[in-house]
Design a protein around this ligand. Sequence first.
Ligand code: AMP
Length: 189
Amino acid sequence: MFNLILFGPPGSGKGTQSIKIAEKYGLIHISTGDIFRNEIKQKTELGVKFKSLVEKGELVPDELIIDILDSALHKYQNINGFVFDGFPRTLNQSGDLDNLLGKDKESVTLVLALDVDDNEVVTRLLKRAVIEGRKDDTEDVIKNRLQVYKDQTYPLIDLYKKQNKFVGIKGIGSIDQIFDNICGEIDKR
Ligand code: AMP
């Protein structure tokens, strides 16, 4: 299997690029943000628990994620692999992912991070707020999400660098240019 993790701050284009990658390489796109937004919309027991955290831009606790992820991964059989979009976001989650994939004798193949500076991210997300109306796309919450990314997710980059799995991708440019750079890295593997 080819298991790709796509990192990047909020607003870096992870979602858009993950969908394109999944389509081109026949991978399953797993977005934990989409899973959580869906649970909130359906007002499930978990959704009710997550709602205020997600709306404030805080991370959902690691222990609530693992079961959701386990069932998301095991819905599929005989597949080429996954694109993880927005997961893992903490060191604990990356350990959980290794364990889950390891049960099927699989592992993370490649980790890409879209690099976009803070000002660009804030501008993009405020535009998205007008189009999509996401509750976590207000200026204060965006700043908190950026801080959470730096504090909790950034350390994962070092971890994957040590494993020789990490490549940074310039996240500024057209969607197609960025996608070409991503494909260049995937095709090298
Ligand atoms: P995203 O769409 O990836 O930006 O995620 C939106 C929100 O969902 C985040 O700000 C978090 O509140 C929550 N979330 C998504 N993925 C995770 C994760 N892997 N761990 C914890 N919280 C998450």
